[in-house]
Each structure stands twice: as structure tokens, then as C-alpha cells.
Design a protein around this ligand. Structure first.
Ligand code: PEP
Ligand code: MN
Length: 266
């Protein structure tokens, strides 16, 4: 069902009026973790003022260590919903178990399935049984074939509102947190009809690489680029090293626009 052979036309996913996959290129931004209403509203307002309509934020955080901040859970989803209503933005957040699907359906515009859950097949089946847009991330060590099979799990349950996101893979290279597999973008565009996104924050893990990685992703045809923005990354409860503050995001988006890389979009 994900194959372009069976479905030659691009799938366009309608996320609260943003038609992802329509040829325009967009930015998805927001904090790594939802920490408070004030934090989310500050970022949301700044993004909206810069023309960004897609707000991300993590409420259930799959952290490598059990002692790290685990997220606000459903309270975080409620903060996102409020921000989406207040600033007229679509909100995107990750869930980690099938039991969260009902709440996610109520509070979110897009359900994200994170890299660590790309092969959580029960979760894939459960989100596949809704009609909510799904943003599926590539697993840390998943081949593209495994990634497309995970997407097939969602589509085989009836949900066609699916987007794929390259977010870097585990390699022997230690200079970046993961290795952004940039060629995954055109390969997935060729082999599937789904919108393809690139997450420059979790792939590089480095603030200084966000802009060059975003340029590469947009130039190679990504439908959207995801990056993390926090009012004060130094005190962020997660991913402090790679989130941009609002001024840095300003430079990020202005540079992409000045170089005409955000094709027709924001
Ligand atoms: C995220 O986007 O918040 C996240 C945890 O990303 P990934 O699943 O790609 O690590
Ligand atoms: Mn993060």
C-alpha cells in the first residue's frame, strides 16, 4: 500500500489545512519536551509570528536513561492542544503505547511514532485504525525496507494519512549523534507516494549543523524539516545541546528563505 508502483500520485496529508506533500516545503518546530504552558506558548507565538503553522512538542519522552525527565504525559498533550487553539497551529506529539491513542486522538492533530517505536507493531496497528495523521520516524537501526514495512502496518489498517521521517541512523561515526541518511529522502520519495520529512535535530544532535542539514534536506526534496526550538535551551529538560533558541531559529528560517530553499512554503 505504501508503494508508488501501486499508487503513482503523491499522497497529500491534510494537517489542519496544511497540505503536506503538496509540493510546498514546510518547517515543523517546537521544543523537545513540553515543560510548561508558558514554555510552549512562548515558542508557539514566536513560530506563528514567523509563519510556521506546525508545532511539535514531546509529552511522552522515550529517554535513554530512566532517571531523565520522562515528560508530562497527558498534561503535556493538553498544553499542546491549548497552544494549537490559541495560536491556530497544528500540534504534533509522540505517543509510546497503544493505550495513549485515545488521548492522542482527542488532543493532537498529528500522532508521532518515534524512532524507538518504529517496530512497536501493536502501536502501529492501533494508530492505523484511526484516521488521524501519523508521522512515523525511521528506527535507529532500521533499513529503508523495514521502515516501509512499518509504514505498511499503519496503512494496512486503513489509515492513509501517513508521513515518513528520516531522523538519522546509528553508524560508527561519533561526530554526530546519528548519521543523517540524506539519500533516504529521495529513495523514499521514489519508492513510496508518502510525504517524506527530515528531522535535523535528532539526526545531527548538534546545533551548529541544523542549518546545513536543513539546506541539504530541502534541496534533496524533503516535504518538511523538523527542528527543535526552546525559549532557553540551556535549561531545557531534554536535548539541551541541539535545540535552537528563538533568535537562532530566526536566523535559521531567514537563511532558508533568503536562499529560496523553502520552496513556496514556510
Ligand atoms: C522526538 O522527535 O521528540 C524524538 C524523540 O525523536 P526520535 O524518535 O527520532 O528520537
Ligand atoms: Mn529531542
Amino acid at each position: 500500500l505504501v508503494s508508488r508502483k501501486k499508487h503513482p500520485d503523491n499522497t497529500v496529508v491534510d494537517v489542519k489545512g496544511e497540505h503536506i506533500g503538496d509540493g510546498q516545503q514546510r518547517l515543523i518546530a517546537g521544543p523537545c519536551s513540553v515543560e510548561s504552558e508558558e514554555q510552549v506558548f512562548t515558542v508557539a507565538e514566536a513560530l506563528k509570528n514567523r509563519g510556521v503553522n506546525l508545532l511539535r512538542g514531546g509529552a511522552y519522552k522515550p529517554r535513554s536513561s530512566p532517571y531523565d525527565f520522562q515528560g508530562l504525559g497527558v498534561e503535556g498533550l493538553k498544553i499542546l492542544k491549548k497552544a494549537g487553539e490559541r495560536f491556530d497551529m497544528a500540534v504534533i506529539s509522540e505517543i509510546v503505547t497503544p493505550g495513549d491513542v485515545e488521548a492522542a486522538d482527542e488532543y493532537l492533530d498529528v500522532i508521532q511514532i518515534g524512532a524507538r517505536n518504529m517496530q512497536n507493531f501493536e502501536l502501529l496497528k492501533e494508530v492505523g485504525a484511526t484516521d488521524k495523521p501519523v508521522l512515523l520516524k525511521r528506527g535507529l537501526s532500521a533499513t529503508l525496507s523495514e521502515f516501509m514495512n512499518a509504514a505498511e502496518y499503519v496503512m494496512s489498517r486503513g489509515n492513509t494519512n501517513l508521513m515518513l521521517c528520516e531522523r538519522g541512523i546509528r553508524t560508527y561515526e561519533t561526530a554526530t549523534r546519528n548519521t543523517l541518511d540524506i539519500s533516504a529522502v529521495p529513495i523514499l520519495k521514489q519508492e513510496t507516494h508518502l510525504p517524506v520529512l527530515a528531522d535535523v535535530t535528532h539526526s545531527t544532535g548538534r546545533r551548529d549543523l541544523l542549518l546545513p542539514a536543513a539546506k541539504a534536506a530541502l534541496a534533496i526534496g524533503a516535504d518538511a524539516v523538523m527542528s527543535e526550538v526552546h525559549p532557553d535551551p540551556a535549561v531545557a529538560l531534554s536535548d539541551s545541546a541541539q535545540q535552537m533558541d528563538i533568535e537562532q531559529f530566526d536566523n535559521f528560517i531567514n537563511t532558508l528563505r533568503a536562499e529560496n530553499l523553502l520552496k513556496d512554503g514556510v
